[in-house]
Design a protein around this ligand. Sequence first.
Ligand code: NAD
Ligand code: TDX
Length: 332
Amino acid sequence: MSRLLVTGGAGFIGSNFVHHVVAHTDHTVTVLDKLTYAGNRASLEGLPSDRVRLVVGDIADADVVYPLVAEADAVVHYAAESHNDNSLHDPRPFLDTNIIGTYTLLEAARRHDVRFHHISTDEVYGDLELDDPARFTENTPYNPSSPYSSTKAGSDLLVRAWVRSFGVRATISNCSNNYGPYQHVEKFIPRQITNVLRGIRPKLYGTGENVRDWIHADDHSSAVLTILDRGEIGETYLIGADGEKDNKSVVELILRITGQPVNAYDLVTDRPGHDLRYAIDSTKLRTELGWEPTYGDFESGLAATIEWYRDNEAWWAPAKDGVEAFYASKGQ
Ligand code: NAD
Ligand code: TDX
């Protein structure tokens, strides 16, 4: 049994990971989360108090971080400012959390010689043309586009430097776009689902042709546990489930599943610098560590996610009006 310190465990993917750990292992979990607008205590409700505890604090605050890292067997680092649109509006928190926060955790892991796993994104590689047969691999050069993805790229490079220069026992994973329960309504899929549930038309940026490579958050969690168990120190693993879809198809699917006309959406102002396409080749993770995703069928995973938002309006309703006001101010 291990004691995991999970940063950002009250956010979307972090909370899915904590639920997954409780269901599939006997590890105990300390969540360190600042509870920004994106963190939600309610996402950890129902978990056993003898397995999971929440510490509210900032990953950039060494006084909070060092004692928690000292008592952990491994750190799993999810905490981040995570939304591209926010990073275009106000980049500063992205530097504070994604760069200085990661630096603070790495220094604590170095001091206390604690195993470290860094959660990152495929966005560090920039984007692909729609007709490019290539997908991202661990050897694709870094080419981030937004303040968000450039700070994630910077945090990845810090981890690599702390492995090489100081011998920190770290691994990195770069995952494609996640969907599932507990995702903030600012993000694409929950925004469109909750729009439909509220009688608002879904909003597609630009022409809706941009492609994202979707993976269920639970499959992301099983991949991270696999890397924690069997990953090689110093290595990077790409996580993906062959789920490429253009945004228009995703909106049409949400409309079809909810019984709406499939053309009942609006095209709105595009995101500046909008990455065209992401696509992950996860061969290394599958062949070297034996991981496989379990959510093969995007449509049934999406239908279950729609049901979750239908059943959990109290979880998302408090954030919905503010998010829509923010987008409306940008013509989105
Ligand atoms: P999220 O915004 O839903 O959650 C982030 C969590 O971090 C929140 O609970 C927030 O309160 C917490 N946090 C933010 N700043 C903090 C700080 N300074 N100190 C402590 N806690 C802080 O994000 P998410 O979508 O769950 O993403 C989690 C991680 O996964 C991020 O590192 C992100 O880059 C990465 N990732 C996300 C996706 C995706 O599709 N969402 C894909 C690949 C990788
Ligand atoms: O209302 C919308 N309409 C729309 O067309 C929103 C909110 C988004 N979009 C588009 C933009 C993207 O092409 O949908 C796609 C997905 O958008 P986001 O949910 O904002 O995700 P993305 O920018 O792809 O980044 C996500 O995946 C990688 C996460 O937010 C990142 O944290 C992760 O690193």
